[in-house]
Design a protein around this ligand. Structure first.
Ligand SMILES: CC(C)(COP(=O)(O)OP(=O)(O)OC[C@H]1O[C@@H](n2cnc3c(N)ncnc32)[C@H](O)[C@@H]1OP(=O)(O)O)[C@@H](O)C(=O)NCCC(=O)NCCS
Length: 159
């Protein structure tokens, strides 16, 4: 089984069915249109197309996770989340690194993502990793208060 060592005594490995309720709970808590269990289950059923990486502690408690979508030469970062108590400890960076390591020997040539232009932490994580802004989609996200937010589109080339 694949396993990556992460900071703070955590490890990263592919998600299993036992993780699904926890991933859905964390995602729904974090996002207005959070994914339900059936969405995570369908991603989990196609690990070659939508791999899910989970960072956990020694007791297998989830600290964070990331979902990618792979389509031939392109990969998309669908979501990445780190539980509040684990944030700022390098877990997000380690999840990205694990996904990247996995793709280096694959046909993937570039990874794309969309991020809310107000999400400073995520944008800083992506920039620090090497993603560059390639576009913007005004009004792309619907907010809880009925407002809209701009999505920034970013890209990184696999080297
Ligand atoms: C974005 C997120 C995944 C970052 O995860 P994390 O584990 O806290 O990030 P790391 O500790 O690996 O930090 C990596 C880099 O991210 C940036 N960063 C992290 N937290 C930050 C903050 N609060 N403010 C500004 N930059 C921040 C920094 O550039 C940091 O690099 P540095 O440590 O060299 O300064 C996390 O904040 C999160 O889960 N947010 C809620 C969900 C979300 O918005 N996901 C992204 C959209 S799908």
């Amino acid at each position: 089984m694949k396993l990556w060592i992460a900071p703070a005594g955590l490890h990263i490995k592919p998600a299993s069915t036992a993780h699904v309720p926890t991933l859905a709970r964390i995602h729904q808590r974090g996002f207005f249109h959070g994914w339900k269990e059936n969405e995570f289950s369908s991603y989990l059923a196609r690990p070659d197309q939508t791999p899910i990486y989970v960072a956990s502690d020694k007791k297998n408690r989830v600290a964070g996770f990331m979902v990618l979508r792979l389509a031939k030469e392109e990969a998309e970062l669908l979501t990445i989340m780190v539980e509040p108590k684990w944030q700022g400890k390098g877990v997000g960076k380690a999840l990205l690194r694990a996904g990247f390591d996995d793709l280096l020997a694959s046909e993937t040539r570039a990874m794309f993502l969309e991020v809310d232009s107000n999400n400073e932490a995520a944008i800083s994580l992506y920039r620090g990793f090497g993603f560059k802004q390639i576009g913007a989609r005004p009004g792309y996200y619907s907010l809880k208060d009925g407002g809209k937010a701009t999505a920034i589109v970013m890209r990184i080339d696999m080297v």
